[in-house]
Design a protein around this ligand. Structure first.
Ligand code: 0RA
Length: 645
């Protein structure tokens, strides 16, 4: 188990809490970044640390978008540094027109000076993005920038955002480019250990989105190297995500540029196909930023897809069938789609500033997608037929599901009296303080009911394994009693209509055994939340309980070990160690002490670190293979002790 990290959480909970216009005015320059790092990079844990790499890589990608850079090499050095090497134009090193120092020093040491001087580029703004390479410099104990430009090699060094050397001429070169090498400041970050896997996930995504760029990742200590270069772009991305599913039709690949406005053109790229599953998998990006909350580019795509396919269906279906009206939802089943647009002045809105607001984009995307999709349908009648048939089946299932949907909905509306019979609810009705434990098995459920704090802890025991919702369509999902009970207990709806703020509980805690079966059940539940109540995860309300694995006994004294390391550290004379086979083996007070008591328990908060990877994982987890499921849980749960939001 990883080390538990309290600090991490405070910063993770809401990066924007300390943000106000005034605070920016008062604190100027890079000191502000060091004082309030979370305001600039989100948090000072693992995520923020890796954000430093992203920030420098984004600058290199900007060079690529401007047409000047095609190779990026990211190296995780054995001594803890990270360097990002690109073959772009190189940061200008000549004197800055306004300030007295070099442009390089201005870029590195001035907040928001960034590299974004050019007018005609796709600027990244809003959210936590585009804070500039100077933030990386500010948060590094040492930083060394080497520029290849105008036939010469120049270098300057910095510490905590201040220059520690003049700009030095190192020699001559015929290359151009920039190398930023930085040591993250250990007094600021709770961890300064870069991880290959995490870095690779983002670089892979960037390589899919920018097919002209080759990105190499090297980990010196681990002796790992991977080159990400996907000439197929989004087509490769879609195939990668659906590697382990059965694809029904060839992918539809669309790209177009809108030049109707006078400024920088808007570039639209879309790729999608259909697999044999029932859920939808849609990823959207604006200027390489994952727009988790969607926005106008996504609605433009959806309306083009629905409208174009409907028209096609009604024109081509045999005359005997009456006209059908397929809804947007009917075209979602089995859809894997990636939308990537580049727009000059993106407006980011929404709770996490990941929703595109630019109104004009909707029409642009709609017309480009409708246009190209029509061409595809005419050229590929077999694929067209398959897509329509799948949607018709979905429509039929939708009508069939209507009844059960209404049943569940009605139960949600009525509230209290219609709660599931198996639910042992808590007495408090204040969602923020209420917790719902979804407990594997009736016997553990019984112990939990007796051991809990009934004021704010509710228990819903679940019988065995719930349905794998990834493999079933909504009508089947709603027929499943356990799942209906979960929807009803939480009381916030499901699917499109799910509203996290209506949740009757501030925390929903999955509590299953620490064995393979338990992992399986957790994964099935995670899949349910991921597909039908994702907002609950995005709002940080989903948790995984951590029951102990061992009971250690010395004389009359008993204590618990939560992992093998803890057990081995306590392997002293006269200590007897027994393994808990399951939650059901613990009596109510034991369960309270070890797993449920907020003072002493450990909870893992479930987070979606990276939407692309999450989609891929959920597709991969379709198989009967249990091991990857457990790996997923171990990787994605963040270990947090005494969680207190
Ligand atoms: C300022 C201006 C220009 C490019 C850059 C900065 C730049 C920054 C970084 C950071 C990492 N790699 C980078 N490459 C370039 C434009 C240069 C010009 O107009 O010639």
């Amino acid at each position: 188990m990883e080390e538990q990290n309290l600090e991490n959480l405070t910063y993770n909970s809401n990066p924007n809490v300390t943000y106000s216009e005034d605070s920016i005015k008062v604190l100027e320059g890079l000191e502000a970044v060091r004082k309030r790092p979370a305001m600039y990079i989100g948090d000072v844990g693992d995520r923020g640390l890796h954000h430093l790499i992203n920030e420098v890589v984004d600058n290199a990608i900007d060079e690529a978008l401007a047409g000047y850079c095609s190779n990026i090499i990211v190296t995780l050095h054995a001594d803890g540094a990270c360097s990002v090497n690109d073959d772009g134009r190189g940061i200008p090193t000549g004197p800055h027109p306004v300030k007295k120092v070099s442009t390089l020093e201005v870029v590195m040491c001035t907040l928001h000076a960034g590299g974004k001087f050019d007018k005609n580029t796709y600027k990244v703004s809003g959210g936590l993005h585009g804070v500039g390479v100077s933030c990386v410099n500010a948060l590094s104990s040492n930083c060394i920038v080497t520029v290849y430009r105008d036939g010469t090699i120049n270098q300057q060094t910095y510490s905590e955002g201040h220059p520690t050397s003049e700009l030095k001429l190192l020699g001559e070169t015929n290359k151009t480019g920039t190398n930023v090498m930085f040591y993250p400041d250990a007094t600021i970050f709770t961890t300064v250990q870069f991880r290959f896997g995490r870095t690779a996930d983002r670089l892979r995504e960037l390589a899919f989105l920018n097919p002209k760029v080759s990105i190499t990742l090297i980990d010196e200590a681990e002796e790992l190297k991977e080159v990400f270069h996907f000439v197929g772009g989004l087509v490769d991305f879609v195939k990668y995500i659906d590697e382990s599913t059965t694809v029904l039709v060839p992918e539809v690949s669309i790209s177009g540029t809108d030049i109707s406005s006078n400024g920088t053109p808007t570039e639209v790229e879309v790729c999608f196909h259909y697999n044999n599953l029932y859920s939808e998998n849609l990823l959207s990006y604006v200027n390489n930023i994952n727009t988790i909350e969607g926005g106008t580019h996504v609605s433009g795509f959806r309306s083009a897809l629905t409208r174009t396919l409907n028209i096609y269906a009604n024109e081509h279906l045999s005359k005997s069938k009456s006209k059908i009206s397929l809804t947007g939802d009917d075209f979602k089943e089995g859809l894997t789609a990636i939308i990537s647009i580049k727009v000059a002045e993106p407006q980011f809105e929404g709770q996490t500033k990941t929703k595109l607001g630019n109104g004009e984009v909707e029409g642009i995307v709609r017309s480009i997608v409708a246009d190209r999709l029509n061409i595809f349908l005419d050229a590929n009648p077999n694929a067209a037929k398959k897509i329509i048939e799948k949607a018709v089946l979905a429509a039929e299932a939708r009508m069939a599901a209507k009844k059960s949907r209404e049943l569940v909905r009605r139960k949600n509306d009525i509230g209290g009296s219609a709660l599931p019979g198996k639910l042992a609810d808590c007495s408090s009705k204040i969602p923020e303080e209420c917790e719902l434990f979804l407990v594997e098995g009736d016997s553990a459920g019984g112990s939990a009911k007796q051991g809990r704090d009934r004021r704010n802890q509710a228990i819903l025991p679940l019988k065995g394994k719930i349905l794998n919702v990834q493999k079933a369509r909504l009508s089947k999902v709603l027929e499943n009693n356990e799942i209906r009970d979960i929807f009803t207990a939480i009381g916030a709806g499901f699917d499109e209509e799910f509203l996290s703020e209506k949740s009757r509980y501030g925390k929903v805690i999955l509590m299953a055994d620490a064995d393979i079966d338990g992992s399986h059940i957790r994964t099935l539940l995670l899949t349910l939340f991921y597909l039908y109540m994702r907002e609950l995860i995005n709002d940080g309300k989903l948790f995984i309980a951590q029951p102990p694995l061992y009971k250690l006994k010395k004389g009359k004294q008993e204590f618990y070990a939560y992992n093998d390391k803890e057990r081995d550290e306590n392997r002293l004379d006269g200590i007897s160690i027994s393994r808990f086979k399951g939650l059901g083996e613990m009596n109510p007070p034991q369960l309270w002490d070890t797993t449920m008591n907020p003072e002493t328990r450990t909870l893992c908060q479930v987070k979606i670190e990276d939407a692309a990877i999450a989609s891929k994982i959920f597709q991969t987890l379709m198989g009967e293979n249990v091991e990857p499921r457990r790996e997923f849980i171990e990787k994605n749960a963040q270990y947090v002790k005494n969680l207190d939001i």
